[in-house]
Design a protein around this ligand. Structure first.
Ligand code: SF4
Length: 454
């Protein structure tokens, strides 16, 4: 879906000449040094829409056949060269199923030779054999990420729409382990799967992974608003993620829920006050596994269009795969210029442009809410993310002064059908500590100058 964000009259200069590679290309900065105004941490390319699965929530609305308008091998290599001029972002080949492309190994080898850190998210099908995994590892793949959405074959296969996907997925993880390839498991939290969380945590604990990425549903593609869990349910999952992160030997992160970083900081401030934590609070340092050994790492505050880019199979450039607002197309426009200069990307990176309680929030620089979920539910990517229990003190005061609507009325007035979800008042986060202003100003400063003091 290609949608203009600001329409005609945008200040974006379409034909500007791409600048020569700057110092970022000459020196690979540490991940925490990446200045998101200049470079993304993560670039995801949807290699194809083709996929043999039929997942109930599929973002890509995938189908078995490839689209003739996909980027060609030559175009994909040109894209990777331009991405390399950002520095060394993580470049992830996703889909659909990237294993449906016959040039997969060639593309991974090319990106690795350029110096990109290459990731791959194939679908759980028989297309990815142990031999293919070994070959991908040998040409420079840094990490293999697979989706596991249920703790049993019946639950996972029901979610993915094809019998056997669970076993194929576990087989891929085993094959990767055997050749020493780092792995990641992606798990979707929706109303349908949320009660399986503890069983999922037990399952992934035995898989030898580097990272468990927990994705909180965005109602785009085949996903529906009815599939969304409530903000309270999500907060309880965050709390379990935080507890687990101190126990398990791998990293745990949220995807499409930056408000988990808010909870991490609130917990750490609380622990510091109680004397059980000596280090300064930081959203980068939850748990024991935050420092990853495979060099892929994790950035400090990625959000849609802010440290994050998504290129569709036809070359359209989006802030993320769940925010399908096209800034341009990489076939005839420069990805570097688009990311740095396009009005939409600049706006998404500016926390002062946020609306509602996200706009009044003391955590907006490290969180900012999911811009994709705000857009999917309200049609405005700058609106508040409703899957967050936190109500900033500044927003409460605005409500008391009659300058803003109460939280439930705010969302009911902007999200069709939201009214029936009202009545779940802010719970735990209201009891968590207020963030010290010194910590906040440090993050604001590090965000502006591209350094990280955590
Ligand atoms: S109110 Fe918005 S910015 Fe603040 S923590 Fe929640 S989602 Fe993040």
């Amino acid at each position: 879906m290609t949608t203009s964000f600001f329409g005609a009259g945008s200040s974006f200069e379409r034909n500007r000449r791409p600048p020569p590679p700057g110092p970022a290309a000459a020196r690979a900065p540490s991940l925490s040094e990446v200045d998101f105004e200049r470079s993304p941490f993560l670039v995801i390319w949807e290699t194809t829409q083709a996929c043999d699965l039929a997942c109930v929530h599929c973002r890509a609305e995938a189908r078995p056949e490839r689209d003739r308008r996909e980027l060609s091998t030559v175009e994909a290599k040109a894209l990777m060269r331009r991405v390399r001029s950002f520095g060394r972002p993580l470049f992830v080949l996703t889909g659909g199923d990237p294993a449906k492309r016959p040039d997969l190994v060639e593309l991974v080898a090319y990106g690795a030779e350029l110096g990109l850190r290459m990731g791959l998210t194939p679908s759980g099908t028989p297309l990815v054999t142990p031999e293919l995994i070994a070959e991908l590892r040998s040409v420079g793949l840094s990490r293999l990420a697979v989706s596991l959405d249920g703790p049993t074959p019946a639950q996972h296969d029901g979610f993915r729409g094809v019998d056997g996907s669970y076993d194929w997925t576990l087989g891929m993880l085993k094959a990767a382990r055997e050749v020493g390839l780092s792995t990641q498991v992606n798990t979707t939290v929706s109303r349908r799967t949320i009660s399986d969380f503890e069983a999922m945590a037990k399952l992934v604990d035995g898989l030898g992974i580097s990272l468990w990425s927990i994705f909180f549903l965005v109602p785009t593609g085949r996903a529906r608003m009815e599939d969304l869990p409530s903000a309270d349910e999500v907060e309880r999952i965050f709390e379990r993620m935080y507890e687990l992160s101190a126990e398990v030997p791998f990293d745990i992160k949220s995807t499409a829920a930056p408000q988990y970083r808010r909870l991490i900081v609130q917990k750490q401030v609380e622990e510091r006050r109680e004397g059980s934590r000596s280090a300064a609070p930081s959203p980068m340092t939850a748990g024991v596994g935050f420092s990853l050994s495979d060099g892929v790492g994790r950035a400090r505050g990625v959000n849609d269009g802010n440290g994050f880019l998504f290129v569709s199979h036809r070359g359209d450039l989006y802030p993320s795969g769940f925010l399908p607002l096209a800034a341009g197309n990489v076939r005839d426009q420069d990805i570097v210029n688009l990311y740095r200069d396009h009005e939409m990307f600049r706006t998404l990176r500016d926390p002062h442009r946020l609306k509602g309680k996200c706009g009044s929030c003391e955590f907006r620089s490290i969180c900012g809410g999911s811009r994709a979920r705000a857009w999917a539910l309200t049609g405005d990517p700058l609106e508040s993310d409703p899957l967050c229990t936190h109500v900033p003190a500044r927003y409460r005061k605005r409500v008391e002064r009659g300058e803003a609507e109460g939280v439930q009325a705010y969302f009911a007035n902007r999200i069709p059908g939201w009214g029936h979800r009202a009545g779940s008042p802010p719970r735990k986060s209201a009891q968590l500590p207020v963030l010290p202003s010194a910590v906040l100003s440090r993050w604001d400063r590090s965000r502006r100058d591209g350094t990280d003091e955590s």
